[in-house]
Design a protein around this ligand. Structure first.
Ligand SMILES: *Cc1c(COP(=O)(O)O)cnc(C)c1O
Length: 344
C-alpha cells in the first residue's frame, strides 16, 4: 500500500507552517484590512498577494481539467523541483533516480540538497527501460525523475514504460511535461486519479510564451499539494505574475495558434537542416526544439555565435556528442539560422 507519510521527511510531515495574515482571514467580504502591516497607499501593489493563488487556480482548473486542490503554483517549475527534494529526501541519506541525459535542474537541486543523484542512460533512440530504472532504485530511493518530451533530446518517452514505473515504484514519480503542449503524446494528467505517487510538472515558460513571469505548475494528489503548500515561501507567486498569468490564460486559443505555427516552422527548419552536408542526423522531436548531430558541433556553434545566432552546444552531454540543440524561433529567426548554416 502506498503510504505518503513513509515517504515524506519526518520534520516536514510534522511541520507547523507559517501562518500569514492572508491565510488566517478568509471569511466574508471585509472593507478594512488592518491585519498585515501593509501600507494603505500605492494600490494595487500595497497588498500581499493571495498565498494560494485561488483565482488563478480556478482558471487553471478549467484549462487543465485538474481540481484546485491538486494544483501547486511556484516560481517556475524550478521551485516545484526543489521542493520535491526538500519534502521527500533526507540529505546524505536518500537518493533519486533519473534518466540521462535530461534536464539539468534535477541534478543541481539534488546537489544543493545533498541528495545522491543516480542516472540510467537512455538507449540509442533516447528511450528508457522501466526495468533498468527500477533496478537502479533501493530502499532509500524517494523519487524517480522522468521528462517527456525530454530535454535536450526532444522525444517523448514511451508511455507504457512510464506507466510501468508509476505502477511498480513505491516512491514518488515526477514527470516533467514542460513541452507537452507541443507534443503528439497526451499529458499524463488523467493518470493522477489512479496514482497517488505521481507528480506532473508543467510551466507557462514554453508554449504559453511567459518565461519572464516565472510560473510553474505541479499537479498531484491533494495530500501532496498540501505538503508542498506548507513548505513553499508564503508569497511565492507575486501579484504581477498572478495578474499576468490570468491575462494569458484568458486566451488559450492564442497559444494554440502559436503552437501550430511553431510546429510548421519546426518541420520547415528540420527539412532545411537535414539537407546540409555537415549534418549527420536530426533526432525525432515532440517539442519546440530539436537535437541534431553535426560533424563538428563546437566549430558550428562558434561560427553561429559569430553570425549573431545562438544555439545550444550539447556536445559534452552524455549520448549527445557533436549535438546542437536548436529552438524553433519565428519565421524570420529561422530563416536567419538557415541562411547562416548554408554558408558554414
Ligand atoms: C524549460 C524547462 C522547464 C521550465 O522551467 P521554468 O522554471 O518553469 O521556466 C522545466 N523543465 C524542463 C525540462 C524544461 O526544459
Amino acid at each position: 500500500m502506498f503510504s505518503l507519510q513513509q515517504l515524506v521527511r519526518k520534520n516536514i510531515w510534522e511541520l507547523a507552517p507559517y501562518s500569514s495574515a492572508r491565510d488566517e482571514y478568509s471569511g466574508k467580504e471585509a472593507r478594512v484590512f488592518l491585519d498585515a502591516n501593509e501600507n494603505p497607499y500605492n494600490t494595487p501593489y500595497n497588498r500581499y498577494p493571495d498565498p494560494l493563488q485561488r483565482e488563478l487556480k480556478s482558471v487553471l482548473k478549467k484549462v487543465k481539467g485538474v481540481p484546485e486542490n491538486m494544483i501547486f503554483l511556484g516560481n517556475g517549475s524550478d521551485e516545484a523541483i526543489d521542493i520535491a527534494y526538500r519534502v521527500f529526501c533526507n540529505p546524505d541519506v536518500d537518493n533519486v533516480v533519473a534518466i540521462a541525459p535530461t534536464y539539468g535542474m534535477y541534478k543541481v537541486c539534488a546537489d544543493i540538497n545533498a541528495v545522491e543523484y543516480r542516472t540510467v542512460l537512455l538507449d540509442d533512440h533516447f528511450q528508457f527501460s522501466a526495468d533498468k530504472l527500477l533496478a537502479a532504485c533501493d530502499a532509500n530511493t524517494k523519487i524517480i525523475w522522468l521528462c517527456s518530451p525530454n530535454n535536450p533530446t526532444g522525444n517523448s518517452l514511451n508511455r507504457d514504460e512510464m506507466l510501468k514505473v508509476i505502477n511498480q515504484f513505491e516512491g514518488i514519480v515526477i514527470i516533467d511535461e514542460a513541452y507537452i503542449d507541443f507534443a503528439q503524446q497526451l499529458s499524463m494528467r488523467q493518470e493522477l486519479v489512479n496514482h497517488p505517487n505521481l507528480i506532473i510538472l508543467q510551466t507557462m515558460s514554453k508554449a504559453w510564451g511567459s518565461a519572464a513571469i516565472r510560473l510553474g505548475m505541479a499537479f498531484a494528489s491533494s495530500d501532496i499539494i498540501n505538503i508542498y503548500n506548507k513548505v513553499k515561501y508564503p508569497y511565492n507567486v507575486n501579484q504581477l505574475t498572478q495578474a499576468q498569468a490570468l491575462s494569458a490564460l484568458k486566451d488559450p486559443f492564442e497559444v494554440d495558434k502559436w503552437v501550430r505555427i511553431l510546429l510548421d516552422e519546426r518541420s520547415r527548419l528540420i527539412q532545411a537542416v537535414q539537407e546540409l552536408p555537415f549534418v549527420e542526423e536530426v533526432f525525432p522531436t515532440d517539442a519546440n526544439f530539436f537535437l541534431t548531430r553535426v560533424k563538428d558541433a563546437q566549430r558550428c556553434y562558434d561560427y553561429l555565435v559569430n553570425q549573431g545566432v545562438i544555439v545550444r552546444n550539447r556536445t559534452r552531454v552524455q549520448l549527445c556528442h557533436n549535438c546542437l540543440r536548436i529552438t524553433v524561433g519565428s519565421n524570420s529567426e529561422n530563416n536567419e539560422l538557415i541562411s547562416a548554416l548554408r554558408q558554414f
